[in-house]
Design a protein around this ligand. Sequence first.
Ligand code: ADP
Ligand code: ZN
Ligand code: ZN
Length: 729
Amino acid sequence: MNHPLLRIAVPTPLYRSFDYLPPHNVEPSKLHAGQRVSVPFGRRTTVGVLLEVVTHTDIAPQKLKRALKLLDDTPVLNNDILAMVQWASRYYHHPIGEALATALPVLLRQGHPPTVTDTTAVRLTATGQAVDPATLARAPRQAAVLAALHSQPEGVERSALDAPAAVLRALSDKGWIEIFTRQVRPQPGNAESGTAHDLNPAQHKAVDVLLAGLGAFHPYLLEGVTGSGKTEVYLRLIEQVLARGQQTLVLVPEIGLTPQLVTRFQQRFPVPLAVLHSGLNDRERLAAWQQARSGDAPIVIGTRSAIFTPLARPGLLIVDEEHDASLKQQDGFRYSARDLAVWRARQLDLPVVLGSATPSLETLYNVEQQRYQRLELPERTGVAQLPSYRLIDVRHQKLEHGLSAALLSGIERHLAADGQVLLFLNRRGYAPTLMCYGCDWVAECHRCDARMTWHHSDGRLHCHHCGSQRPVDQTCPACQGSDLHPQGQGTERVEQALAEHFPDVERLRIDRDTTRRKGALGQLLERARQGRHQILLGTQMLAKGHHFPNVTLVGILDADHGLFSTDFRASERMAQLIVQVAGRAGRDDRPGQVLIQTAHPEHPLLQLLVTHGYRAFAEAALDERKAARLPPTTNLALLRAEATDAGAPVRFLEGIQERIGSGHAVEAWGPIPASMERRAGRYRAQLLLQSDQRGELQQLLGQLVRQLEQSPDTRKVRWSVDVDPADTF
Ligand code: ADP
Ligand code: ZN
Ligand code: ZN
């Protein structure tokens, strides 16, 4: 009996696929891997993905259920994506059904057809066209909408307009705009406005090598100092890929995908661009995904999950800022989009370009092992020079709200010379601690092993780990005294200090609190870029990829965070952040200076970084990793466990450790409580697995997850596997 059976990935946390009879009245010739099928599962009906058509199953015939409906005539996922997700589900030990669900846009997961045909758009009416936005000074948001619509007579997608509903309603009540439904189509570029630069010799050399490599698998590291023109190299390469009639997929970190970057691509190429980021609604996401899959959009640009976008005619993959931690998913399906990009490029036999000014040690190790080819852009473009560094020793000094005298006088000097100043502090809020001077009590979160941050803007204490809030204590709960004081500083407090110290100087603060509103980050960055604000202050949102031509001084308020952390990657992260922030200085014709406040100016890695640069730092850090047998020279996986019961996670992991035993090629370290043991009311612990032999580690993990899946303990303890973890605390 050779009846076809459907092997289907069903979104459930089980590590297996499920076999079904085909739906009634479906010709076997109509069945293809990658189609969606609605199936009965337990008491519900769900949407699964057909993995393969088979003729044999271990399920007893009377237990075999019938699939309900074939949802697609042609597969929504092509073989390329199916193969990649299946591989990733094995490599990262994540259930196949959930992995495939992660790969699909939400609407497809829910069974929606793969095409989105209409969308809501906004355009000016004839009356509106006659209104000059400049006359609306009292309603700046309405003016901004009118200005945006003036340049787009056919209208703009509702969601692309950064405006609250009330603003649009006001404009539509005046009869100035019209909100209408239209067909979805990709946004064409506007190629007249962007011109290509003449390449400098290093760019030329890189482009020549990359062009010669089109059409076959080649992994490259494009290592270019900040402002060396990496993006220009990508653009030249994409131009040729377009000429070959092929598509390019560009992955960028979450913070890197700014309107500026998209505009730069749109200005260069007169072709539709599909942009995939977390700010899209479900319909927009599906529309962009569909444009990539159909080939209507020759350029696809997106954050991490865009790696799962099918492409009709793939020609090139680019991962910009390949070192960025946001390319690794930190929960659920814990994949690395960068590593999957390399895997996908190999499978499709295409080049993949990993770009960074501060490459990850993983990628540098791959270069050392001659698996990746390195292309270098050692100098900034044009006349711009790399900035000079100076360490400011903050021991034995009184700081004024976190600002040393040397930094304050540096700010003064640069402002007087008409330079813009960028200050970096990776801590938002007013103060990270509220302390009682009477008894040393500090305000802690009731649900986490963490201190509460005092926020001045709303006068409340916030936990940055679980989001809980409460009013600021007026008296000390321990000694009833009223001698409570903020300790340390966040961006709000530094901003206040700057206001007092430089009352006539404009300031712009960019952190999560000032950018909550959709589109706010883009607006603030644009204002920063125009140089109207002389002091820019912010967290890492301000650090990455932006081009602020007028910044001449960068001040790093606290460099010590990464030096003594329990996470072995902390010093690498700190070095990358310092170099990236520093890279905002002196990007135009005026030289830049970087002042770094530290209580450990003699630290060898910090010294190496500021005197010899990132490459020297990275080589020393890689040697340390080799000596300590840490990644990338060995393989790690982390088993995490959490529970509401304090002792349960460690006990659970001890059980696993016993099961693993000793004398293997895999060593198990721990279990130990996480460095913040309690978070959002749950206790957490981890067991670290390490091996020089990836195959052995993989095999062991495979056995473990199959056992854990069956284990009765898992009703009380939530566990997860993280292969190649980005964070180990
Ligand atoms: P990166 O991506 O390496 O930070 P960009 O590609 O953003 O660098 O380039 C930095 C700046 O230099 C941009 O303003 C870009 O337009 C300009 N640029 C790039 N290549 C050249 C070149 N060959 N000559 C002059 N300017 C260039
Ligand atoms: Zn007290
Ligand atoms: Zn908390």
